[in-house]
Write a new protein. Structure first.
Length: 778
């Protein structure tokens, strides 16, 4: 930011200010030679800032995915232009031209009427003088005259420049009329304005506007209010001296030239700083235009120039066909729209809709030829140019669309047209979402009934956002989905039914079940819509159909939500359960199956819960050292469920536990729980419960006991392989727990004694540890 500010200041000082200095009408040749020498000296310095601020070779190419070899070669072939280059060039200009002297000397300088037939380089068909200089250079002369105290002369030259621009605009329109058919068929165009007037180092449009409006400014001693803030300037019409049009004033000329300059089709400059300056200069000119209080004369000028810009073809940024890298007109069009709307709504919308385009983002757009501003060679620009201000430009495009949406509230035809323009031209899902939110907010005022036409626009924009972000990552996706459901709820039942029926084009299966269907089926939604019973059933049926489709497509993430949504419909619930069973063997993890199993138990289906828990066990593998595994609680719960159902269920699940769980402490915990109470306490109807505790010497607990003892033995050997002295105490406690498990067997004390003897023999080298073992276990 500091570097950019420094560049702005150096460009102003080195460019516009020094040009004014060397263009002093009474500057002596000795002075000019001295300045020229000094300017060249500064310009030759390596640290001298470049005119366009384009240090492209030093900046990362953030928007270009293609090689830059052409651009690099092009950059090398250009002459180096610094902030002093224009001042150096201005040293060659003089004021001795007789035509120029007559222009600035008299308000009544015109060609004789008998000489007005045919073409003339000095006068227009009305006989008014023209000045056919390079426009920024001509405006620099105006600035120099004004800066050196020749305000009247500056005003006369400014009028001559505007007459020249008018004549050029008319001739350009005549040229376009002959080329229009061919140009529209091709759909692409070249641009003749290689150097934009807005954002130009010499600020030609700002210079002309200021020169003309200064004459019309009403002097007011109270320009400062009590708060110290500057009030907007007040202007009045001052007739143009010598004008053939009696209704023409310097104020209408100021408005006209500002509109001409802003509407010029021009290529976006290459440098970051230069691009930023284009945006800021445009905003500055718009701010000045907004200070003008539009009366009938100004509105007439506004309408006339807006129509001409629309019909000027490739010479206007609002023409029917523009170059792909043309500077967008969004900021300018927003001003035109707001200014024209009270006076000519059709024209206002025509301008704004034409300006909505942003062809640089159109992947299918053809690229016409553009001559480079520094030389006459025509090149094909890169497909992905370096538009560093693209984010700002897109936000301005969004602002223009939002302004049109707000103005079109209640007008179905205009809203539909604006909606189509948004869908065609805005390519950022985040910005379309912002527009959808804006439209929703405007359509649902707190103290008035909702505007259903604007609500439908908000919904359509929301649907487009869903489609755009369905297969891409967007951190606001969940927010977008929730908002869409809220919007559809405001629109009504049919909108909700529609998004439920077409969910697969808008949402992922997880979003559709966990957010969309769940919200639609909530009590709040039913109350908000005031639905009767048939309507509630229609909505519920759509939600259940969606849930089953999602469960089929993504059982891992949607099965539980599908079961929940289908609870009140027996057939749908059975279908969802069968989907889970079918998917259990292939596509679902043990954690997902355990979660659904717990849900089934909670809903009062213990046998189905047991079946799902058994399927989950087949997916699990708990190693000997995973005594803090997150699935341990699920394993303990599954065994407790089986135990509560009865001996048969326990006998069925224990082989699965033995196969899947190899952690001794977990197995011993399961064994202990199974021996504390009698099986079958769940009270399944039709089953008898003996009420007897189960023996560890008989099936099914015998298999579990053997597996637990084996796990303790294996774990002990594994621990002893890499044990350190600081873990000796912990190891002794582990053996104590092992002994408790060994003693559950009839010959457990003998097995444990043999186990300890084996340890002493195998690990006799670990003397300190074996001494601790002997102290505790003998």
């Amino acid at each position: 930011m500091a570097a950019q500010l420094l560049w702005n200041q150096s460009q102003h000082l080195g460019g516009a200010l020094w040009v004014c200095v060397v263009l002093n009408p009474h500057c002596k040749s000795e002075e000019k030679s001295s300045w020229l020498k000094q300017l060249k000296k500064w310009g030759d310095m390596d640290v001298c800032p470049l005119e366009d601020g384009n240090y492209g070779s030093e900046l990362p190419n953030i928007t270009n995915a293609l090689p830059q070899s052409n651009l690099a070669q092009d950059s090398l072939s250009r002459p180096r232009r610094t902030v002093f280059s224009r001042a150096i060039e201005a040293c060659d200009l003089h004021w001795q031209d007789s035509h120029l002297q007559r222009i600035i000397s008299s308000d009544y300088y015109m060609s004789p009427s008998y000489q007005r037939e045919g073409e003339s380089l000095l006068f227009n068909p009305q006989g008014l003088p023209l000045w056919l200089d390079h426009v920024p250079t001509a405006c620099a002369r105006v600035d120099a005259l004004r800066s050196h105290g020749y305000s009247r002369e500056a005003l006369r030259l400014a009028v001559a420049i505007i007459n020249t621009l008018r004549l050029q605009q008319q001739r350009q329109m005549d040229i376009y009329k002959h080329q229009k058919k061919e140009l529209l068929q091709r759909g692409v165009t070249s641009t003749t304005n290689l150097e934009g007037w807005v954002g130009h180092p010499l600020d030609p449009i700002g210079c002309l506007f200021t020169t003309l409006t200064e004459t019309c400014r009403v002097d007011d001693d109270n320009t400062m209010d009590t708060g110290g803030d500057t009030r907007p300037p007040v202007y009045h019409h001052v007739p143009v001296w010598g004008s053939s049009d009696g209704g023409e004033s310097y104020l209408t000329l100021a408005l006209e030239v500002a509109l001409m300059g802003m509407g010029q089709q021009r290529i976006m400059p290459e440098g970051l700083y230069a691009q930023d300056k284009v945006c800021r200069n445009e905003e500055q000119i718009v701010a000045k235009l907004q200070d003008l209080e539009l009366d009938d004369l100004l509105v007439q000028t506004l309408r006339k120039q807006a129509i001409q810009l629309l019909e000027a073809g490739p010479f206007s940024g609002l023409g029917e066909v523009i170059h792909r890298e043309s500077v967008p007109m969004h900021t300018f069009a927003k001003y035109l729209f707001s200014a024209l709307l009270p006076h000519d709504a059709d024209l206002a919308y025509k301008v704004a809709l034409r300006a909505m385009r942003l062809p640089v983002l159109e992947s299918s757009a053809g690229s016409g030829d553009v001559g480079h501003p520094h030389h006459g060679i025509s090149i094909v620009p890169s497909r992905y140019p370096r538009w560093f201000t693209l984010g700002h430009l897109e936000s301005q495009q969004c602002e223009l669309a939002s302004t049109m949406l707000t103005a079109a509230k209640g007008d179905m035809l205009r809203l539909r047209t604006v909606l189509e323009a948004i869908q065609k031209n805005i390519h950022s899902s985040s910005l379309i979402f912002k527009l959808a939110q804006d439209a929703f907010k405007i359509a649902t005022p707190a103290d008035n009934p909702p505007d259903i036409t604007l609500l439908n626009v908000a919904l359509e924009l929301g649907l487009q956002v869903m489609r755009m972000t369905l297969s891409t990552l967007n951190w606001r996706r969940r927010e977008m989905v929730r908002w869409l459901v809220t919007c559809a709820t405001e629109v009504g039942l049919r909108a909700l039914v529609s998004i439920l029926q077409s969910w697969y084009t808008l949402f992922t299966p997880t979003e559709a079940t966990s957010i969309v269907a769940a919200t639609v089926m909530s009590h709040n939604t039913i109350l908000r819509l005031s639905l009767d019973y048939p309507q509630r059933e229609e909505l519920a049926s759509c939600a259940r159909t969606l849930a089953l489709q999602c469960a089929m497509k993504d059982p891992q993430n949607c099965a539980l939500s599908a079961l929940t949504l289908c609870e009140k419909d027996h057939i749908a619930f059975e279908t969802a359960y069968q989907i889970v069973i079918d998917a259990a063997s292939t596509g679902m993890t043990y954690s997902q199956l355990f979660t659904i199993a717990r849900y089934m138990e909670h809903r009062g289906y213990p046998l189905r819960s047991f079946k799902l828990a058994s399927l989950a066990m087949t997916h699990l593998n708990l190693a000997y050292n995973q005594d803090t595994h997150p699935a341990i609680n699920d394993v303990l719960w599954a065994c407790a469920l089986s135990h509560s159902l009865g001996k048969n269920e326990l006998a069925a699940i224990i082989p699965l536990v033995v196969k899947s769980v190899h952690c001794a402490t977990v197995l011993s915990d399961i064994l202990r729980r199974c021996t504390m109470t009698a099986p079958g306490l769940a009270g399944i109807p039709g089953r008898r419960n003996s009420g007897k505790l189960m023996s560890t010497d008989k099936a099914p607990l015998r298999q579990l006991l053997d597996a637990t003892i084996s796990a303790y033995i294996n774990t002990t050997h594994s621990r002893l392989t890499h044990i350190s002295p600081r873990h000796y105490g912990e190891f002794i406690e582990f053996l104590s727990k092992a002994r408790e498990t060994f003693l559950l067997a009839q010959d457990g004390h003998i097995q444990f004694a043999q186990f300890i003897d084996n340890l002493k023999q195998i690990y006799k080298g670990k003397k300190k540890l074996m001494m601790l073992v002997r102290e505790r276990f003998g």
